[in-house]
Design a protein around this ligand. Structure first.
Ligand SMILES: *Cc1c(COP(=O)(O)O)cnc(C)c1O
Length: 352
């Protein structure tokens, strides 16, 4: 704490990301990264821009990337916003769309960055409890609000809200923006992007960090009515003209052009998730149904924090949240099949 900090900075409690340990030979199942690398075509695209032209600024509007995303998702380019990771895209949505007279709403069990951005941008919020089975109940969002945001599938539970429910929520909530954070949608859900044409207050946000194996490049995007996007562009262009560097624009564009590789990775992750779910269940874990690239699991007798530590002693890192309602759960990212097998072997040893 410094006397020179602004009062706002003194009041902040920043988000703490899952650790990125500097240890080698670790089985890293704590931050939902894709266990498979990006497409070889993506790597080639990055190499192709590593030349003298890096002395020039990148395209501030990322036109080619936006057009590629628009074509991929069958929307207009004016309905696409891109940013430096979806974390940045969400932060901009907070400033541009969610800072309103009424408090915004999000689930009580959700992405823990939402309250951090709320505090940072002085957005008031109320949390809405998820059900006992960790489902989002849209009826509980039926109250006056300045906006609604939730991940679908939700994090860290992995639970999916069906598209009909999102539609029902949009029918009920027309006066404020509904942001659906689809960081994990490619692992088992149907995107709400198809609803954008019918609901001018819907903003869907996706990332290339998880399903497209590009967490290290930092690319995310939003799709919504052109007026919502224009509001976000105003904030972006009042803050940073060049959030996406040239390698990131090239990599992201190439990713959308290699559908077979993308689908292949998603299929492998989904198969490993379903197998891991069965194996954990046999080891007396209760595993929430997951549509994401992680599972959220609770053992019938063993303490979650102790289990996380014992896995760590065996060089396997999973995520543990010391928070009410979820402090007996572990969030386990889906690794390669070999990594999942090593996890199961380690758990069998610990639990025997
Ligand atoms: C990982 C994640 C993000 C952030 O992704 P980046 O694009 O890497 O910034 C956003 N929302 C949720 C729910 C996530 O899990």
């Amino acid at each position: 704490m410094s006397q020179y900090w602004s009062p706002l900075v003194k009041s902040l409690t920043p988000y703490v990301p899952g650790e990125q340990p500097k240890i080698t030979n670790l089985i890293k199942l704590n931050t939902n990264e894709n266990p498979y690398g990006p497409s070889p075509k993506v790597l080639e695209a990055i190499r192709s821009v590593a030349d003298d032209n890096l002395r020039l600024y990148p395209d501030p509007n990322a036109d080619q990337l936006k057009q590629t995303i628009a074509d991929y998702h069958k929307v207009n380019k004016s309905e696409v916003f891109v940013g430096n990771g979806s974390d940045e895209v969400i932060a901009i949505a907070f400033q541009a769309l969610l800072k309103q007279a009424h408090p915004i709403l999000f689930p009580d069990i959700t992405y823990s960055f939402y309250p951090v951005w709320s505090d940072m941008y002085e957005v008031t919020y109320n949390t809405v409890p998820v059900t006992d089975s960790f489902e989002i109940d849209i009826q509980s969002f039926n109250q006056k609000n300045g906006g609604i945001i939730f991940p679908n599938p939700n994090a860290p539970t992995g639970r999916l809200l069906a598209l009909e429910n999102i539609k029902a929520l949009l029918e009920m909530n027309t006066e404020s923006v509904v942001v659906v954070d689809e960081a994990y949608i490619d692992f088992g859900g149907t995107s709400a992007i198809e609803l954008v044409k019918d609901y001018p207050n819907l903003l869907v946000i996706q990332t290339l960090s998880k399903s497209r194996s590009l967490a290290g490049m930092r690319v995310g995007f939003a799709i919504g009515h052109a007026d919502l996007i224009e509001g976000m562009e105003r904030v972006k262009n009042s803050f940073n003209s060049y959030p996406l560097d040239k390698p990131a624009q090239a990599a992201a564009t190439a990713s959308f052009l290699d559908e077979a590789y993308f689908q292949g990775c998603c299929t492998k992750v989904i198969a490993s998730r379903d197998q891991l779910t069965q194996e954990l269940t046999q080891l007396n874990f209760e595993v929430l149904p997951s549509a994401a690239n992680f599972v959220f699991a609770k053992h019938s007798t063993e303490d979650a924090e102790a289990l996380a530590q014992q896995l760590r002693d065996r060089s396997i890192i999973v995520r543990y949240f010391n928070k009410p309602k979820i402090d007996q759960y572990l969030r386990i990212s889906i690794g390669t099949q070999e990594e999942c097998d090593s996890l199961v072997t380690a758990l069998k040893e610990i639990l025997k």
